[in-house]
Ligand binder design. Structure first.
Ligand SMILES: [Zn+2]
Length: 210
């Protein structure tokens, strides 16, 4: 049957067309799926480019969506992470050890701070006001800031202490000093052992005498 006006024909046969389409799709499910798959395969590079383009244009949105998802699916995220770690370890039992070593090599300054903070925290564990957990990150940031302020040199003798500094209490803990950044100097281990349990004031007076 020749259709003189397809648009008009379609408007009067809408139901019929939809029904036919649905039947066709149902009957040719596999064929359609295969065609779609082939099309994706043939346009792989183009699709990848488009996807990347979309990512670049919506970076923030995507990052926020991910964060929201993680927030709403904490348990699932934990489980996926656990499985991922297990898989990595199966592939290479030294995976995380190697990664850690790599990171330390790239971030010697941060690693040194981490070690020192660990040591400091162990020392401070006896202190009443020590808040464990959150303290580590905040304190290490403060130490890094102080280290920069001191231009990476010992406060007493000026030796370079970028990776070898020790934490010294201006007023020793034994004399009522607190485990707080305000009560801390970063010094070399030599000066630290010379100062011992003297306060900064006592130590400076003593070094003026000699
Ligand atoms: Zn020194």
């Amino acid at each position: 049957m020749p259709r003189k006006n397809p648009k008009l024909w379609y408007s009067t046969h809408k139901e019929e067309v939809l029904k036919y389409q649905k039947e066709y799709q149902e009957k040719n499910k596999e064929k359609i799926r295969e065609t779609k798959r082939r099309w994706r395969e043939e346009n792989k590079a183009e699709l990848k480019k488009k996807k990347h383009q979309y990512y670049l244009e919506n970076k923030e949105k995507i990052s926020n969506q991910k964060k929201e998802w993680v927030k709403a699916n904490k348990e699932r995220k934990k489980e996926t992470d656990r499985k991922w770690r297990e898989q990595k370890l199966r592939e290479n039992p030294r995976y995380f050890t190697d990664k850690k070593r790599e990171w330390i090599k790239k971030n010697p300054e941060k690693h040194s701070i981490h070690l020192r903070v660990q040591k400091y925290k162990r020392r401070a564990a006896g202190c009443r006001n020590n808040e464990k957990g959150r303290m580590s990150k905040i304190f290490s940031d403060l130490v890094l800031e102080k280290l920069r302020e001191q231009e990476y040199s010992c406060l007493y003798c000026g030796t370079d202490i970028k990776t070898t500094y020790t934490i010294d209490h201006i007023v020793p803990i034994s004399k009522g000093g607190k485990n707080e950044i305000e009560n801390i100097d970063l010094v070399c281990s030599h000066c630290n052992s010379l100062k011992g349990v003297k306060s900064k004031e006592e130590f400076l007076l003593l070094s003026l005498d000699t």
